[in-house]
Design a protein around this ligand. Structure first.
Ligand code: BT5
Length: 320
């Protein structure tokens, strides 16, 4: 894309580049260069224009534009294609539409805000500007039954990325990442599948970064670290970690991911109350098995396997 090329030339030059030099380098007219510069300015890039010197990039917008997320991104698969929306209903819905039309694996849909952010089971995900709201399209060759593994995998990757940013993140089964006992990230995995093949998986990840969140039970990276976070850098680090874990999963299966999950889990070893459909199961969270189900040891000593549900950590609990 020419606009992105102009941007990257200016970025790398770190100084004024003349319209003539840009035009020559890209094989376009100076008028066309000016048009692209004008668009960049409209998108929020700060460009200084000096007579006789040309254009100089002086500031970047606080937006997760493809040109920002892709610049310097160290991945082969995830985020090579980024669809950015200033606002939309839900990135998971857009990603599904895009995936249904056929798109390469690893395509990412990012929105600055969502008007109908989705949680699980019809719940709402509160989305304000300044967070990371994205959906990644994956096409793993797995049995649809094993799709929950992708949620656990993503929880591991988010935890690692948050730890890389200096936060003591832990995982609450199945899909929450917590910092200081408060939810900082939620994951919503949806899929399109036939009896025994997955067509695609939409991995929706919401991370509270610099946004406000009006919930007692929630926190943000900014609140925990006491400063604004570079959203582009964090998004890149998350995509890189996610790709590493996803490729390891494709190559070696779920077991290595499961070991990481156990290491970061705040659920295992705790008394828990899990609501699954209409049933409430209370007991000790013993382990997670190969398909991501939680194994709970109940009062009568039996082990219940819970494929999905809502998990509450009970008070007075102590980790083993
Ligand atoms: C989730 O559901 O945690 C999945 C959230 C997935 C959000 C991403 S954003 C990008 C993509 N596009 C979407 O439309 N969705 C995905 P669940 O486990 O059901 O948790 C929902 C509950 O979390 C709500 O009922 C609230 O209690 C709480 N909650 C809502 N917004 C929150 C926020 N921003 N931060 C922390 N907790 C929140």
């Amino acid at each position: 894309m020419t606009k992105e090329e102009i941007l990257n030339i200016l970025r790398e030059a770190g100084d004024y580049v003349s319209g003539e030099a840009l035009a020559e380098k890209l094989g376009i007219s100076r008028a066309a260069v000016w048009k692209h510069i004008h668009t960049l300015i409209k998108e929020g890039y700060g460009v200084d224009i000096a007579q006789g010197k040309g254009y100089k990039l002086i500031s970047l917008p606080d937006k997760l534009y493809p040109s920002e997320v892709r610049y310097g991104l160290q991945t082969k698969l995830l985020g090579r294609k980024v669809i950015h929306l200033n606002s939309t209903g839900s990135t998971n819905v857009v990603a599904r539409q895009v995936a249904e039309r056929g798109v390469e694996e690893g395509t990412v849909v990012i929105a600055e805000t969502q008007s109908r952010g989705k949680g699980r089971l019809g719940r709402k995900w509160i989305t304000k500007p300044g967070g990371l709201w994205m959906s990644v399209i994956l096409k793993p060759a797995i049995d649809p039954m094993h799709a929950p593994s992708i949620t656990l995998l993503a929880a591991v990757s988010v935890t690692k990325a948050l730890r890389g940013a200096g936060l003591e993140a832990v995982i609450k089964w199945p899909n929450d990442v917590l910092v200081n006992g408060k939810k900082i990230c939620g994951i919503l995995t949806e899929m399109s599948a036939e009896t025994d093949i997955v067509n695609f998986i939409i991995l929706g990840i919401g991370v509270n970064v610099n946004n406000d969140v009006p919930l007692e039970t929630a926190t943000t990276m900014k609140a925990e670290l006491g400063r604004e976070i570079d959203r582009v850098k964090f998004t890149q680090s998350l995509l890189e970690t996610l790709e590493e874990d996803y490729l390891a999963f494709k190559d070696k299966g779920f077991t290595p991911i499961l070991w990481s999950w156990r290491r970061y889990s705040d659920t295992l070893g705790r008394p828990v109350e899990v609501t699954y459909q209409d049933e409430v199961i209370t007991g000790l969270a013993q382990d997670v098995d190969e398909d991501g189900s939680l194994l709970v040891k109940t009062g009568d000593g039996s082990i219940r396997k819970i494929v999905s549900g809502d998990c509450k950590h009970l008070r007075g609990a102590r980790k083993i």
